[in-house]
Ligand binder design. Structure first.
Ligand code: SIN
Ligand code: MN
Length: 281
C-alpha cells in the first residue's frame, strides 16, 4: 500500500508546514507492532551503550540507534512509505540522522521538559538548518494519562528559543544530558505556557501503530507516566542529505555520520493499513 494519492501528501505537507506536525492517515498493523515491540524489549534487556536508564539506574528510559544492529528496525527506516513521506515533507533525498525509542515505562517513565530538538542538533552537531523531520510510531496505545507527546502548533516558525550559553560542547559525556530527564536545552516553563495560551497545545494520542510527523523546531514536552500503561514511542529522524551536520561529535548511535540517501526497500513483515481515526486533541 502506498500513500498513492498525491493530493493527500500535499495536504499533509501543507498541514505540516503550517502547524509543525501532522497525523499520517496510515498506521502499522498489530502484527508489525508486535514484532517491533519484541525486538525493542529484547534489546532493552541487555546492558549496552545505546540503552539509557531513568535516574534509578534500572528502568530503561530510551534506546538509540537500533536500526544499525537490528534487522527489523533497519527495515523500518527503509520502509518505502516512510522514506517517501520524509522526502515529500523535506523536498528531496533524506537519510536517517537518529533513531530512538522512548519507553516511558508504566509508573516509572519520567517527563521530557519543554524543548526544541533543533537546539540540540544545531548546537551540538552543527546541523545547518531544521531541514529534518521526526516520524513517530506509537508502539503502545497512547492516551492522555500515560505521558503523551504534547506539541505547541505553529511554534516551529519562531526560531530557537531560550538557548542557554552554558552548554559545554567539549564535554565528551555531555550527550548523556541530552537523553536524560535533565535536558541541556530547554524552553522555559513560563515561555511554553505563554506560547500555549497563544497557539494552544495538542496531545499526540492514538492507538498502537499510529504515525505522526513533527518538526525539529516545534516546542514539545511530555509528562511523567503515572499510569499503569507503558507509552513506548519510536522516533525516526530523517535529515535532508544537503543538511548534514558540520561537527558531529556525539556517539554514532545519536548522530549518523553517513549522509548517503536512504534507499527505500519493502519488507513483508512491516505492513501499513489506513488509519482514519481522529486521535489527537
Ligand atoms: C517523548 O518521548 O515523550 C519525548 C520525545 C522527544 O522529545 O523527542
Ligand atoms: Mn524532542
Amino acid at each position: 500500500m502506498a500513500f498513492a494519492v498525491e493530493p493527500a501528501v500535499s495536504d499533509l505537507k501543507s498541514d505540516y508546514d503550517r502547524e509543525g506536525w501532522c497525523k499520517i492517515p496510515h498506521r502499522f498493523d498489530d502484527d508489525t507492532i508486535g514484532l517491533l515491540r519484541e525486538r525493542i524489549d529484547s534489546i532493552c534487556s541487555r546492558r549496552r551503550p545505546e540503552v539509557v536508564y531513568e535516574k534509578d539506574g534500572e528502568t530503561v528510559r530510551a534506546v538509540h540507534g537500533c536500526h544499525a544492529f537490528d534487522d527489523v528496525c533497519a527495515a523500518l527506516v527503509r520502509h518505502p512509505q516512510l522514506v517517501s513521506l520524509a522526502e515529500a515533507l523535506l523536498g528531496g533525498p533524506v537519510y536517517v540522522y537518529q533513531f530512538k525509542v522512548n519507553l516511558k515505562q508504566a509508573h516509572e517513565g519520567a517527563a521530557w521538559p519543554w524543548h526544541q530538538d533543533f537546539a540540540f542538533w544545531s548546537e551540538e552537531d552543527g546541523m545547518p538548518r531544521p531541514d529534518a523531520v521526526n516520524i513517530a510510531v506509537s508502539l503502545d496505545d497512547v492516551h492522555e494519562d500515560n505521558g503523551p507527546l504534547v506539541v505547541i502548533p505553529g511554534s516551529h516558525t519562531l526560531g530557537l528559543l531560550d538557548l542557554p550559553a552554558m552548554a559545554d560542547k567539549d564535554d565528551r559525556n555531555g550527550w548523556k544530558q541530552h537523553v536524560s530527564a535533565d535536558l541541556t536545552y530547554t524552553v522555559t516553563g513560563s515561555r511554553a505556557e505563554s506560547l500555549a495560551r497563544e497557539h494552544g497545545k495538542v496531545l499526540i494520542t492514538g492507538r498502537a501503530g499510529s504515525l505522526h510527523a513533527f518538526h525539529p523546531s516545534i516546542v514539545h514536552s511530555s509528562s511523567n507516566n503515572l499510569s499503569a500503561d507503558r507509552r513506548a514511542l519510536l522516533l525516526i529522524t530523517y535529515n535532508a542529505v544537503a543538511n548534514a551536520p558540520a561537527h558531529p561529535m556525539r556517539p554514532k548511535f545519536l548522530v549518523e555520520r553517513d549522509a548517503t540517501a536512504t534507499t527505500p526497500s519493502s519488507d513483508g513483515r512491516l505492513r501499513l493499513v489506513p488509519d482514519a481515526s481522529p486521535s489527537d486533541s
